[in-house]
Design a protein around this ligand. Structure first.
Ligand code: NDP
Length: 330
């Protein structure tokens, strides 16, 4: 028997989440069984701990969209017992039981070996949010962004993806402008390497202007909504926005075609879920090389399985700062 956070749905459609004892026989069929050490809390986990938001396929359900741990048994030649592994994406924790348990059973194709230079806790301090931040930075680089081109904007900066994006960009030598709705996070964001803080309300208003003064050499956007509509009009000629999330709304409000036609702005959609093995491995290697581990510690909060129902509600309200690392054995 081992512990898992199990979400159940009653006859009235109400969901509830609680730590329960389950067995290996309860886990879904797949080829690799992992003794999970750490998982994390992401925005999607908040949705899956609660009513599901259309993400959860079947109840009862074990959420947790990412985890790191040690292979316990494997029917796939690529992995043997004792190997340290990381999993992000592939709808694990949504369509398939995830990392909020002391054991998980998944397909070998979904795993990557733990990158050199990171332990399992550090890998989960990065987690899906950090992998996505790295993929966003790599996409901006692929479209020409280099240090010295000008300030790079990060929206939703005090959140999970925003915190890691801020730290990576600063470490690479970019001037980072961090947008936050929480002025009390200014010292935290500066400790991650942000050069300046932009108040959320300064970018949150929808305007009818076709363009505004060119300001940003690149942008990692976790928010969308009215903010992205506004930011697009402030991008420098030929620059790119890596759009990763929609914490501020699923519509790009107030957006016009003008930034794309008159300034050649690129809008790059980034999805960490179905990344092929090579991309995930390249991104993890870049994380191990480019993310200062002392800054990673500063952005991490520790949690246990039993804390997750409360923390899941908080992340949906935008109240979590940085990354929550879940020690499933605590
Ligand atoms: P967090 O909740 O940790 O961070 C989101 C941040 O957005 C908040 O901390 C807050 O930052 C800001 N924010 C929240 N609500 C609003 C609002 N109404 N208007 C403006 N800003 C707001 O979430 P994550 O960083 O984990 O994820 C962010 C988004 O990215 C989510 O939509 C998530 O689903 C998505 N995502 C996508 C991935 C992909 O593969 N594309 C992978 C991981 C996440 P502040 O307090 O600083 O203003």
């Amino acid at each position: 028997m081992f512990n898992a956070l199990v979400v159940e749905k009653d006859e009235d459609g109400e969901t509830s989440a609680a730590v329960k004892q389950i067995t290996l026989d309860d886990l879904p069929e797949a080829d690799v069984t992992v003794a999970v050490e750490y998982s994390t809390l992401n925005y999607k986990d908040g949705l899956c701990i609660g009513p599901g938001g259309g993400l959860v396929r079947h109840y009862p359900h074990v959420p947790g969209i990412d985890f790191a741990g040690t292979v316990e048994s494997s029917d796939d030649a690529r992995y043997k017992p004792g190997d340290k592994v990381v999993l992000t994406g592939w709808r694990v924790g949504e369509a398939h039981w995830g990392g909020y348990a002391q054991k998980a059973r998944v397909r070998a194709d979904w795993l990557v070996p733990l990158p050199d230079g990171l332990d399992t806790r550090q890998a989960m301090a990065v987690g899906t949010a950090g992998l996505t931040a790295m993929l966003a930075v790599m996409a901006l680089e692929d479209h020409g962004l280099k240090p010295g081109h000008g300030p790079v904007l990060v929206t939703g900066a005090a959140g999970g993806v925003g915190s890691v994006a801020t730290a990576i960009l600063a470490q690479l030598g970019h001037e980072v402008a961090a947008v936050t709705g929480r002025p009390e996070t200014e010292d935290y964001l500066k400790s991650l390497g942000a050069s300046r803080i932009v108040a959320r309300e300064d970018l949150g208003e929808v305007t009818r202007k076709p363009l505004e003064a060119e300001q940003w050499a690149g942008c990692v956007d976790a928010v969308a909504g009215a903010m992205l509509g506004r930011v697009l009009k402030q991008m420098k000629y030929g620059s790119s926005v890596a759009a990763i999330g929609l914490a501020g709304g699923a519509i790009i409000e107030g957006a016009l075609i003008t930034p794309f036609i008159l300034r050649g702005v690129n809008l790059l959609g980034i999805d960490s879920v179905m990344q092929p093995y090579e991309n995930r491995q390249r991104a993890w290697q870049r994380i191990a090389a480019d993310l200062p581990l002392d800054r990673l510690e500063a952005m991490t909060v520790a949690a246990k399985l039993e804390d997750l129902p409360r923390l899941g509600a908080e992340i949906l309200e935008g109240r979590i700062k940085g990354r929550v690392v879940v020690d499933v054995n605590a």
